[in-house]
Design a protein around this ligand. Structure first.
Ligand code: ZN
Length: 65
């Protein structure tokens, strides 16, 4: 019977769903959506580009500056 996964497996899976852990600061790396305005080359109209960034303590200052 394939009954029950090991505790380590559960932790690993939970981490996978939440995101990776940063090797440098040990924090969970969180995904964040950043909307940046970009000008369309053809029409010159302002568009908004959505980017998903991953951040932790290491780079949050750069993102939220
Ligand atoms: Zn980090």
């Amino acid at each position: 019977m394939a009954k029950g996964k090991s505790f380590a497996d559960k932790i690993a899976k939970a981490r996978e769903q939440r995101g990776d852990t940063c090797q440098a600061c040990g924090e969970t790396i969180k995904p964040i959506m950043v909307v940046s305005p970009t000008e369309s080359e053809r029409t010159g109209a302002l568009r908004f580009r959505r980017n998903f960034l991953k951040y932790c303590s290491c780079n949050e200052k750069e993102i939220f500056e």
